[in-house]
Design a protein around this ligand. Sequence first.
Ligand code: PSU
Ligand code: MN
Length: 304
Amino acid sequence: MASKPPQLILTDEVAGALQDGDPVVALESTILSHGLPPGRNLDVARRLERLVRDAGAVPATIAVLDGVPRIGLSAAELERVCAPGEDLDKLSLRDLGPAVGLGRSGATTVASTASLAAAAGIGVFATGGLGGVHLNAAQTWDVSADLGVLATAGVVVVASGVKSVLDIPATLEVLETNSVPVLGYRTDHFPAFYRRSSGHEVPWRVDTPKQAAAVIAAHRTFAKSGVLLTNPIPEESEMDLALHDRLLAEGLELLRVNNIHGQDVTPALLEHFHTASDGVSLDANEALVLSNAQLASEVAVALS
Ligand code: PSU
Ligand code: MN
């Protein structure tokens, strides 16, 4: 049976920009609904969109509302995604069919945002951290769908690497297997979200948005896979190493004691970081997402 293309609703602004070949930057909604607390999330969501506009691109925050995948949100829709009472589902790519088929609402992860962005014709996407291979993946098989989507959706994902709770060498191996170029922006090291360096090297480094755009354009002539452009958290916002290591150890213990698995792992860990660090991790999270949106906008402008 022939399958119809997904019914995406684009805002007029996003549709117009794509039509004219103007730069568009996709933004994810799971970091808003499941990664940041209510109140703070809406503030960050609005600042992200403003920052992308100021940098000369059009923001397209992506979510599924009442069974409709939306590429770009109205002010009211953005509020809905950030509202505490809405209790949106966390939708990875496997969840898009069920959510659309059943008329549900949810926030999209890197995997589903990148897929929807690609389907809409958007080539650049900014987020906080990418999902990856979990430390005990050999037992749990917990490997984020984000990696599989980067393998197939030709989207540039700008992220501050992956969280240090993941198995970073294994994550880099999976990206290599899937022919996803990993670029360090003004760094030789793969970033670890709250920390500027994971201690592991990136295979390639770029120092300007123009260089990044040249690499991306060339990659697209060779492969259908995406590109991971890693951008370390701004120096002034990097989390103190001792604090980071303590929160991480506590968070992992919390997961074990409460028997938390699967898609609940990332939100539970982030929640622990936020409550136990007295807001330090929130400031860090916000700073890195804004910085990634800025870089993504500059790259989108350079590509257009
Ligand atoms: N990493 C973060 N913050 C986040 C996420 C990842 O530092 O909010 C979210 C993103 O939406 C990412 C998802 O796509 O978690 C990965 O979840 P999982 O590991 O269950 O695939
Ligand atoms: Mn997982």
